[in-house]
Ligand binder design. Structure first.
Ligand code: PLZ
Length: 452
């Protein structure tokens, strides 16, 4: 196959949509054939274009197509792909040393990332952090810490929750297909309660705001017993489950309930954290201070890194040697995180996320008025979504969501779907995306809805 010499990635990549071939093009299709013969079937793709460069708000593929990126690799490249400060810090670190294992011989970068996490996460109490490789691993470790610190077993999670694909986190994740189907038996002592989901709460959003906290806390009381609960784990804005934003008051009430009963309140901010929702963390919106918070994705500009941060007395309850792993807090990933955090602060990317919301949300609301298939528009910052239903009902329409996504893909834009019922289109542009691409992306989306 003849490769086109790829352009250099990063912020200098031309910020334009350009279709050189159909999507996916012939070279991507050729690579896909190789992929089919070599890579396990269990891994699937949103869009099988093979990427050669990315930066700002675009991805460039082997066929020379330049696609608008409304996915950020699932909320990861908030600072953009190959952001300058990530590249320089990573390059310097790679040339210096690549690995010692923090448990064998430590290095400053790990400590510095923990200092930054302790400083940036909600609450000004004394904190400690520990670093891991993936979001699921961070969630597992948060649960380990909560169980160890409380001496209790039960973990409470929510409908529509997503916490990962390891055995414990599969048990915590709500949706069966594709995450859990055939992969059991699952870890025990995980209890699920309803999520405060305004659009789908029986009786509607007002009833949700009035009732949800009572429903959840009385279920915990009756079916688990507060004194048995080690932790309540919640995504303050749910991600994979459908970008579900609980009504104001729900999270503060839940945190207060946990506090009253000695339950560790764990916020899983793996998708919602690091400026995505227009604050450093989604919890900041209502000044909710979790006891433990899990982070990953946006933390390191695309390199694999995750963290658990929390109250010093909880984190330090675990005996020396009780936490760890070969690669957790790898020096190159830590260098990337320091570059990403510096970028977020210097460029005020929380403000950029609010500006993205200011551009997108009114357009999405207008689109919803003209489109009977749109049942709900929701989200915060650059974590926005549109839920598709059969017109005039709340019946989920996954096929319509898939059709709109496909139309966008063919037009040269990456959008992702999500939701327990697969009927939610989610919009997650990099926070550094320029206004012209954002507007063009919204035009493409509007056209795709018009063609529905
Ligand atoms: N917690 C809130 O969003 C990852 C999953 C993609 P890992 N979400 C993307 C997929 O289909 O596997 C996620 C999350 C929240 C935990 C996780 C898990 O993070 O880094 O994928 O393990």
């Amino acid at each position: 196959m003849t490769h086109i010499a790829p352009p250099a990635g990063g912020p200098s990549l031309p910020q334009r949509r350009h279709l050189a071939t159909e999507i996916p093009g012939p070279l991507s299709r050729e690579l896909f054939e190789r992929r089919q013969r070599s890579v396990a079937r269990g891994l699937s793709h949103v869009l099988p274009v093979f990427v050669t460069a990315a930066g700002g708000g675009v991805l460039v593929d082997v066929d020379g197509n330049s696609l608008i990126d409304f996915g950020s690799g699932i909320a990861v490249t908030s600072v953009g792909n190959s952001a300058d400060l990530v590249v320089t810090r990573v390059t310097d670190q790679v040339a210096q040393f690549t690995h010692t294992c923090f448990m064998v011989a430590p290095y400053e970068g790990y400590v510095e990332v923990c200092e930054q996490l302790n400083r940036l996460t909600p609450g000004d109490h004394e904190k400690r952090s520990a670093l891991f490789n993936s979001g699921a691993e961070a969630v597992e470790n948060a649960v380990k810490i909560a169980r160890h610190a409380t001496g209790r077993d039960a973990i409470v999670v929510f409908d529509h929750a997503y916490h990962g694909r390891t055995n414990l986190t599969m048990a915590m994740t709500a949706k069966n297909m594709p995450y859990k189907e055939g992969f059991g038996p699952f870890a025990g002592e995980v209890y699920r309660v309803p999520m405060a989901y305004p659009f789908r709460w029986p009786g509607g959003p007002a009833r949700c705001a009035a009732e949800a906290l009572d429903v959840v806390t009385s279920l915990i009381h009756a079916q688990v017993g507060e004194e048995n609960v080690a932790a309540v784990v919640i995504e303050p804005v749910q991600g994979e489950g459908g970008f579900i934003v609980p009504p104001d008051g729900f999270l503060p009430g839940l945190a207060e309930f946990c506090h009253r009963h000695g339950i560790v309140f764990i916020a899983d901010e793996i998708q919602s954290g690091f400026c995505r929702t227009g604050d450093w963390f989604a919890c900041d919106h209502e000044n909710v201070v979790p006891d433990l918070i899990t982070t990953a994705k946006g933390i390191a500009g695309g390199l694999p890194l995750a963290g658990v941060t929390g109250r010093a007395e909880l984190m330090d309850a675990v005996h020396p040697g009780g936490l760890g792993g070969t690669y957790g807090g790898n020096p190159v990933a830590c260098a990337a995180a320091l570059g990403a955090i510096e970028t977020m602060e210097k460029e005020d990317l929380a403000d950029a996320a609010r500006a993205i919301e200011a551009t997108m949300l009114p357009r999405l609301r207008t689109l919803a008025e003209a489109t009977p298939a749109i049942g709900d528009v929701r989200g915060r910052g650059a974590m926005l979504a549109v839920e598709l239903v059969r017109p005039g009902t709340t019946e989920p329409d996954a096929a319509a969501a898939a059709t709109v996504a496909k139309t966008c893909h063919a037009a040269g834009m990456i959008v992702l779907t999500c939701g327990t019922f697969g009927n939610v289109l989610r919009l997650l542009p990099p926070l550094v995306i320029g206004q012209p691409l954002l507007t063009e992306g919204l035009d493409i989306l509007a056209d795709a809805f018009a063609a529905l």
